[in-house]
Design a protein around this ligand. Structure first.
Ligand code: PLP
Length: 372
C-alpha cells in the first residue's frame, strides 16, 4: 500500500493531477500545448503575488536556484546570504561554487532571521549586490520575514532573491508588495505535482542585473526562456516536460477551486494541530524560539529516550512517511510535512500514530527498528 506522504516534499499528488500527467503525448511546439503552458504560468502569478514574469525552468528547485545565481551575477560579485537553515546555507554554497562571494549572516538555525542582522551584514559588506534567503527553511520550519528583509535590502540597493520552494502555494507570498526581485519554487511541494519542474518569478531590477551578469549559462538562460514564452505560440527552449506542465496546471485549478485564502487557512490549521500535539505529547519543536513558523512543515525534536530514526520507522510501519532531520539537526529531529494536498484528517491520523509511538516509548517497551 502507498504510504501517506507526510513529508515536506515530494507530497501526495491528487488523482486529478495524476490523471493530467497521464494524458496522451502532446507536442511541445503545438498550439494545444502553448495554451496549457500559458494557463499554468498565468495561474501561478497570484501564488507569487506578481503580474510580471514567471518563467518555467526545466529542473527541480536546486537547478532554478543555481540558474538564479548564474543569471544575475558575475565572478567575484558579492552577496549576503541568510543562513538560518540548511536551505539558506545550500544557496550560499551554490553561489560560492560559481565564484560569487557569499557573506553569511543569521547563522543560528534556532532563531528567525532578523532584518537588523541582515542590515548589519549589508553595512559590513557594502559591495553586496543581493540578499538571498529561504522563505520557509525546510530544515527548521522557520518562516523568514521576507518583507522586513526586503526593506533593508532595498535601502542598501541590494536585490532580494527568495527560495520559496517549500512555501509557495502554502503560505502567502507577495512578490510585488514585498518588493522582491526574484523568487523560485518547484512542482513537488505545495504545487502537488511530480518533481522536475521549477518556476522563477523575476522583476525589472533583476532583469537589469541579468543584462550585465557574466557567469556562464546556456540551457538556463532566463532571457531565452522569456523570449520563447513571448512568441505568438509560447513555448520553452528545449523539449518541455509537457506532462509536468499539465500536472501543475491541474493542481493550480484545484487550488483555485478551493480558493487561495482557504488553502492558506488549511495549512495554518494543520500547522497549529501539529504544534499542539507536539506540546501535548510532551515533546518540543526542534527550534522552539523561532518567532515565525512555516505553515507547511514542522520540525520536531524527538524525546530523549526515542531516536528520530525509530520514530520514523514506526511511523512507516503504520503506513505513514515522515522525514528525517537535516544537517546539524539530523541526530535529534524528524519533520512532518503538512502541505499541498494534505488535509487535517491526514494530520490527525499522523498525530494519533505519533501519540501511540511516544506513549509506547514512555512505557519503555523495547522498540524494534523496521527495515526498509
Ligand atoms: C526550501 C528548499 N529549497 C530548495 C530545495 C531543493 O529543491 P529540489 O529538491 O526541488 O531541487 C528544497 C527541497 O527540499 C527546499 O525545501
Amino acid at each position: 500500500m502507498t504510504p501517506l506522504l507526510m513529508t515536506p516534499g515530494p507530497t501526495r499528488v491528487p488523482d486529478r493531477v495524476l490523471a493530467a500527467g497521464a494524458m496522451p503525448m502532446v507536442h511541445h511546439r503545438s498550439e494545444d500545448f502553448s495554451g496549457l503552458l500559458m494557463s499554468a504560468v498565468g495561474r501561478l502569478r497570484p501564488l507569487f503575488g506578481t503580474r510580471g514574469d514567471v518563467l518555467p525552468v526545466h529542473s527541480t528547485g536546486r537547478g532554478a536556484l543555481e540558474a538564479a545565481i548564474t543569471n544575475l551575477f558575475s565572478p567575484g560579485d558579492e552577496l549576503v546570504a541568510v543562513c538560518n537553515g540548511r536551505f539558506g546555507e545550500m544557496w550560499a554554497e551554490i553561489a560560492e561554487r560559481f565564484g560569487v562571494v557569499a557573506h553569511r549572516c543569521c547563522e543560528d538555525w534556532s532563531v528567525s532571521a532578523g532584518a537588523p542582522e541582515v542590515e548589519a551584514a549589508l553595512d559590513a559588506h557594502p559591495r553586496s549586490r543581493a540578499v538571498i534567503l529561504a522563505h520557509s527553511d525546510t530544515s527548521t520550519g522557520a518562516l523568514n520575514d521576507v518583507a522586513a528583509i526586503a526593506g533593508v535590502a532595498r535601502r542598501a540597493g541590494a536585490l532580494v532573491m527568495v527560495d520559496a520552494v517549500s512555501s509557495l502555494g502554502g503560505a502567502p507570498f507577495c512578490f510585488e508588495e514585498w518588493d522582491v526581485d526574484l523568487a523560485v519554487t518547484a512542482s513537488q511541494k505545495c504545487l502537488m505535482s511530480s518533481p522536475g519542474l521549477a518556476f522563477v518569478a523575476i522583476g525589472a531590477r533583476a532583469w537589469e542585473a541579468q543584462k550585465t551578469a557574466r557567469l556562464p549559462r546556456s540551457y538556463f538562460e532566463f532571457a531565452a526562456i522569456r523570449k520563447s514564452l513571448a512568441r505568438a505560440r509560447p513555448e520553452t527552449p528545449g523539449t518541455t516536460p509537457v506532462h509536468l506542465v499539465a500536472q501543475v496546471k491541474a493542481a493550480l485549478e484545484q487550488i483555485e477551486e478551493e480558493g487561495l485564502e482557504r488553502v492558506y487557512d488549511r495549512h495554518e490549521k494543520m500547522a497549529r494541530m501539529t504544534r499542539s500535539a507536539v506540546t501535548e505529547l510532551g515533546m518540543s519543536l526542534q527550534c522552539p524560539d523561532l518567532e515565525r513558523l512555516s505553515p507547511t512543515l514542522t520540525a520536531i525534536r524527538a524525546p530523549k529516550d526515542l531516536s528520530p530514526a525509530v520514530i520514523r520507522d514506526q511511523m512507516r510501519s503504520r503506513g505513514i512517511l515522515v522525514a528525517r532531520g537535516l544537517g546539524r539537526f539530523e541526530p535529534t529531529c524528524f519533520r512532518i510535512g503538512h502541505m499541498g494536498d494534505i488535509r487535517p484528517a491526514d494530520v490527525r491520523r499522523t498525530l494519533d500514530a505519533l501519540g501511540d509511538i511516544v506513549a509506547a516509548g514512555a512505557r519503555s517497551r523495547p522498540l524494534q527498528r523496521v527495515r526498509g
